[in-house]
Design a protein around this ligand. Structure first.
Ligand code: AMP
Length: 175
């Protein structure tokens, strides 16, 4: 049987020049469609984060939801969505941050986290780290403690970890 990380790596498809020229998009749909790879990813994230250490898992729209929700279920933790501006129906807190081109704003429900809750932030890809940094500011503004951040894929050459100094970061595949 093949090494697990080799299996996961073989299920990530590189799509050059998507969504714009110069970007190599890491397409995880082949991995999600493979039952062995999918369960492996969720199991490894749950083991890496550690059962019993987290009150809520925060997932980031949209591919982050796919990974974060089953992780939350297996951790016996709650799930909290962070979404792009204008999608959440209740009162929100917002954070804006710079993208390579333009600006992005993400939101969380103002009552989604209570003071002192232990939070894991989960997303599919750690690229420049701007999204995860903004997510951590939202969590902390609501009184949560970011215990860890977990990603399926880390694009290490973009040095996202430098933007996330001081946080405990887990990634399953590095490029
Ligand atoms: P970041 O630059 O770390 O703020 O990444 C922003 C978001 O864009 C993350 O939530 C990723 O899901 C997504 N992303 C960035 N770069 C890629 C890529 N090369 N392939 C797939 N998703 C990406």
């Amino acid at each position: 049987m093949r090494d697990a990380s080799e299996l996961l790596r073989s299920r990530v498809r590189d799509v050059p020049d998507f969504p714009q020229p110069g970007i190599v998009f890491k397409d995880i749909t082949p991995l999600l469609a493979d039952p062995v790879a999918l369960s492996r990813v969720i199991d490894e994230l749950v083991v890496g984060l550690g059962r019993g250490t987290i009150d809520k898992v925060v997932g980031i729209e949209a591919r982050g939801f796919i990974v974060a929700a089953p992780v939350a279920y297996h951790m016996a933790a709650g799930f909290v969505p962070i979404r792009k501006r204008g999608k959440l129906p209740w009162k929100t807190e917002q954070e804006s941050y710079q993208l390579e081109y333009g600006e992005e704003t993400i939101e969380i429900h103002a009552d989604a986290i209570t003071q002192g809750e232990r939070i894991a932030i989960v997303d599919d890809v750690l690229a420049t780290g701007g999204t995860a940094a903004a997510a951590s500011r939202l969590v902390e503004r609501l009184g949560g403690t970011v215990v860890s951040m977990a990603f399926l894929i880390e694009l290490a050459f973009l040095k996202g970890r430098e933007k996330l100094e001081g946080y405990d970061i887990l990634s399953l595949l590095q490029y």
